[in-house]
Design a protein. Structure first.
Length: 140
């Protein structure tokens, strides 16, 4: 069964950070991180939110209230209103929002490369598809 400590450790390691790196990033002692990862302590609420934002996951995910790492940024993508396909392609999408949909923070380096390759491939296919449609509908 997952715990806050195991999730925090997995997220930290997947970001290629040592406990010391992570501690320095949040102005903490390495021993605090060790205690979090061993489930001996929990961070204060504000720090918990900052950690969730840093890893682009929800606080509920960190606290094991859900197995879905979807962050608020991902949920925002779903609720911003629907655009038609062509408008959606033209709208800039932040890579972190796309990657959150794949649970990117929990994936190995090789898995991350596969996800990025897939996103780039699908983007090219969609751009070509809609470019063809635009050319077909333009009267000459």
């Amino acid at each position: 069964m997952s715990s806050f400590g195991t999730r925090l450790k997995r997220l930290r390691i997947n970001k290629d950070m040592t406990q010391q790196d992570f501690a320095e990033h949040f102005d903490l002692n390495k021993s605090s991180i060790s205690k979090y990862e061993k489930d001996k302590n929990l961070p204060e609420n504000q720090l918990l939110v900052e950690i969730a934002d840093f890893f682009d996951v929800s606080v509920d995910y960190l606290l094991c209230r859900t197995d879905n790492p979807t962050s608020l940024n991902d949920a925002k993508l779903k609720t911003e209103g629907s655009l038609n396909s062509e408008e959606q392609l033209k709208k800039p999408i932040e890579m972190k929002d796309l990657l959150g949909l794949f649970g990117y923070a929990m994936v190995s380096k090789e898995g991350k490369k596969e996800i990025l390759d897939f996103i780039n491939f699908k983007h090219e296919v969609l751009v070509q598809h809609y470019s063809k449609k635009e050319n077909e509908s333009d009267p000459e």
